[in-house]
Write a new protein. Structure first.
Length: 452
């Protein structure tokens, strides 16, 4: 018996139902395919590609420790799998269930190609999310549209057992494995200077540190912008270097651990919404007929972190610098774009996806819709005031000072409220005057929503 384990967003050997099941066969082909369609799409960006290559290098090392190797191909995943099924006489293919449109199409096409070949397709649940989308549903609907009832129900479902890595990986003899291509052959452009390193080993180190030292401060600290008190596990979760089931299993009953599980459940929530409404990756979940403004200059200032609103600029510069942004800053910058500047959420979501190393269609686009008021927020018209947010979540100004060094000598009040500083002084510091009067613009937004 020969099986193929097709890795996608599950780049690990621990707690991997896909690899464990495939490894029950006499021989297994651990396969990763660089999907030409994804490579030529806008989703292929340097930060995620650099992180992905780290993950694949690390996965190959783990598979070698188990006696195997990662088999690398480039092209159409369905055609590559079919070729291997034919040449290796494989009788089963294992893959994780996923929710994006591309993943659903791939699954259907695989099903078709394998049926023709008398080869079975095993699509494993509880790999990418702890509970498969579609399992936790309310009466009479195919998904939950509100987080709190979802979370209550989701928490009642038992988790599957955590799995150890397979004992051994036996490759078919003579199979061509191929080397990992250089990044320049896959994706052009520079990576952010402070990108974390990818891979299951880095993920497990971080998880260990997080449970040993970090998580204790989570409940009080997770919204503190300068405190850096969140797990920073999102890129590892996105690429499946760590299993959500294993993470949740490790959490005990303390308040901090329960709060952390609740955050992980947001990830599950957005995945089940997107699974039920795949078109909402780009279409409004709740259409509001907003007439978004067209303002390329304001959009560019936002992207560049030069809006003249320091807390917004700090967030945008953290994104460019690290390929990651604190959740509170994501909320502030997204609210600023969609509600203060009144620009279409899709423009913001695309810029985030260009840079985020954890960039993920379910989490990113559904969170953008949540903030823009076209998604699942039960208070879609709330507008954040960035100055008030700054005073509350960056009370000493350390976050702004770190990412907007032009302003670093200023006292905290001026730092958060640059309209208190003369235009000349701002110009001397090389920092722009605010591109918008926030209070006026927010009032305009409330009025426009009131009319709808
Ligand atoms: P922690 O606070 O340590 O949380 C643990 C984990 O819970 C995270 O790693 C993440 O997997 C999950 N989580 C936490 N908050 C959320 C949330 N609101 N929605 C979904 N999952 C959550 N997260 C992404 O993983 N990818 C994205 O592309 C993404 N885009 C976002 C865009 C916007 C506009 C907003 C407001 C949020 C977005 N988030 C996204 C959610 C959240 O900001 C990040 O998951 C979080 O900041 C990651 O940091 P952390 O791992 O330290 O989080």
């Amino acid at each position: 018996r020969t099986a193929i384990s097709l890795f996608t967003r599950d780049l690990r050997v621990h707690d991997s139902p896909v690899l464990r099941q495939a490894a029950e066969a006499d021989r297994v082909v651990p396969l990763f395919v660089f999907d030409e369609q994804v490579l030529s799409s806008r989703f292929n960006r340097p930060n995620r590609m650099a992180f992905l290559l780290d993950c694949l290098r690390d996965l190959d090392r783990s598979l070698r420790d188990l006696g195997g190797k990662l088999v690398i191909r480039r092209g159409d995943p369905v055609a590559e799998v079919a070729e291997l099924v034919d040449s290796q006489h494989a009788t089963e293919v294992h893959i994780a269930r996923d929710v994006s449109t591309r993943a659903l199409t791939r699954e259907q096409e695989l099903h078709h190609a394998l049926t023709e070949r008398d080869c079975s397709l095993h699509v494993h649940d509880a790999v990418i999310t702890a509970q498969p989308p579609g399992r936790v549903v309310p009466v009479g609907n195919d998904h939950f549209a509100v987080f709190t009832p979802f979370f209550r129900r989701w928490a009642e479902f038992p988790l599957r057992p955590v799995l150890a890595p397979p004992r051994a990986i036996r490759l078919p003899s003579g199979i061509r494995t191929s080397r990992l291509p250089a990044r320049s052959k896959l994706c052009a452009g520079d990576v952010s200077p402070r990108l974390p390193s990818g891979g299951e080993r880095s993920a497990r180190d971080r998880v260990r540190q997080w449970f040993d030292a970090g998580i204790g401060e989570y409940s009080e600290g997770h919204d503190d912008l300068a405190g850096d008190a969140t797990s920073r596990l999102s890129p590892y979760l996105h690429f499946g270097c760590i299993s959500p089931v294993e993470l949740i299993e490790q959490c005990g009953p303390s308040e901090a651990e329960r709060d952390f599980v609740r955050q992980l459940a947001w990830r599950e929530f957005h995945h089940q919404v997107l699974a039920a409404r795949p078109a909402c990756s780009h279409r409004d979940y709740r259409p509001r007929q907003d007439r978004w403004r067209h303002d390329p200059q304001a959009l560019q200032a936002w992207r560049d972190g030069r809006t003249g609103i320091p807390i917004v600029d700090a967030g945008m510069r953290q994104l460019a610098w690290e390929g990651w942004m604190h959740n509170r800053a994501r909320l502030i910058t997204a609210s600023f774009l969609t509600k203060t500047l009144h620009l279409d959420w899709r423009l913001g979501a695309q810029h985030f996806l260009d840079l985020l190393v954890d960039g993920d269609i379910a989490n990113n686009n559904m969170n953008w819709q949540w903030v823009a008021g076209t998604g699942t927020d039960t208070r879609p018209n709330r507008v954040l005031n960035p100055m008030r947010q700054a005073a509350r979540y960056d009370p000493n100004g350390d976050y702004v000072r770190k990412y907007v060094p032009e302003l670093s000598g200023l006292p905290v009040r001026a730092l958060h409220e640059p309209h208190r500083i003369s235009a000349d002084e701002l110009a001397d510091r090389g920092y722009p005057a605010p591109i918008v009067d926030v209070d006026e613009a927010n009032a305009r937004f409330r009025q426009s929503r009131g009319k709808l």
